[in-house]
Each structure stands twice: as structure tokens, then as C-alpha cells.
Ligand binder design. Sequence first.
Ligand code: PGA
Length: 256
Amino acid sequence: MQQATTNSFCIANLKMHGDLRFNAQLFEAFLKQIPADDHVAMVVCVPYPYLAQAQQYFQNTHIAWGAQNMSKETEGAFTGEVSARMLRDFGAEYVIIGHSERATAYCESDENIATKFYQAKAHGLTPILCVGETLIEREAGVMERVVDEQLSEIIAMYGAEVFADTIIAYEPIWAIGTGLPATPAQAQAMHLFIRNKITQLDEKAAQSLRIIYGGSVNPQNALQLFVEQDIDGGLVGRGALDVASFQGIVQAAVNS
Ligand code: PGA
């Protein structure tokens, strides 16, 4: 795992974009145009069918790959599901868990998300846990309570030590895909809240936990976000579909 020396992460979430041809061009361009950096890890999270392609391009390079979801079950009669072990079979090292686009559209419960988080770790994957509030919740001023509840299920089921060597992505739902990111101050405040919560429960786990920000990160706003004390990089959707854009974001992480 990369965490020990890695200060920050730039993680591309391709969502349901791309195809063999598009990916080939994008992956080649990432490899050619975005240099390795000792302190910034790069990860590309692809749709399941393209895991083999990600493996083909990124194996033995400075770019790691992962999936955008996985089953909470290990094996069995679960039609349409993909297990952590299957992701590992294709060299995946990371998996996004509980992305709001799934949690809302597919009614994922906090308990499901907690089980997936644990299963991912148990199978040697680094889970990227997404947390964040809706616009209504932010306007009502209850965003910290919402995020606290999202973390609490995992803590109740597995203890805070489970956060060691994992990644939490703070993704305010109102900022995802809207072009309206959280301000650096808003994001920093939530990241600090998350870090303090885990630190109070398990200081050691908190040290290897990375907290990244997601929601309309682009090359123009990335540096302002990443220089904040508790923002350890970004989870990037739209801004990762274009090499120049993702390169700019990674460069911001390197400079921060
Ligand atoms: P966005 O998506 O960068 O397009 O806002 C981020 C995410 O949903 O992970």
C-alpha cells in the first residue's frame, strides 16, 4: 500500500463514461503527460468491464486503478454483483464505497456501506469512503451531524481502527457535477471535523487516514483546496475525463 509515504491522492472517478477506445487514449495520455511524484498517488477508478484494460495499461506504472463499487458479500448466488476478490484478480488496489450517486439511486444503507468498507479492507483493497451532505442539510446547518452519522455506522460495527490506511472522500452532494465546489474554508472545516473525530477515537488510525475532497474539482480551484491543512487531495469526476484537466489537478496536489 502506498499510504506510508503518500501525502495526498488524486483519484479519477470515471463514473459511467468511456469505452475501450476513449479509455485507451486517456490512459496513454495520463501515462505520458502526468509524471510520477513521490508524495502524490494517482488512481483511476473505472467501470467493472474496463478493469482488465486498466490493468493492461497501468500495471508496473506509477498509476494505480480501482473500481467504483463492490459487493458486500464474499461469494455466492448474488446475480450481477462483483466481489472484492474479483477486483483483486484484476490488480485493483482501490474501491470507491458509498458514492452518493449510488447511495441515492440504489438506496444503499449505511449498514451496507459499512460492510463493504470492511470487506474491501479485509481483501487488501483500500476503500475510498464517500461522505457528504445535501444542500438542504447544509442550509439547515446540520452538515456535521450528517457526516458524523455516516461515519458512526462503520465505527459502531468495526471500531475506529478500521480507518487506518483508508481514504475518506468528503463529497458534498450539492457540489458534485454542478460546477459549484465547496469553498476551501467549507471543505477544510469538514475535513478537520472528520479528522478530529477519528483522532479522538483512535489516534494511530487517524495518522494513516487520508481525507480527500470531491465535488467539481478542476485545475482552477484545485490548488486553493489542496493547500488547506486537512485536504489530502481530490476525488475527481468530470475533471478527470480530459488529460490536461487531470494533469492540472495533479500538478496542484504536487504544488500544495
Ligand atoms: P465531479 O464528481 O468532479 O464531476 O463533481 C466528483 C465525484 O462525484 O466523485
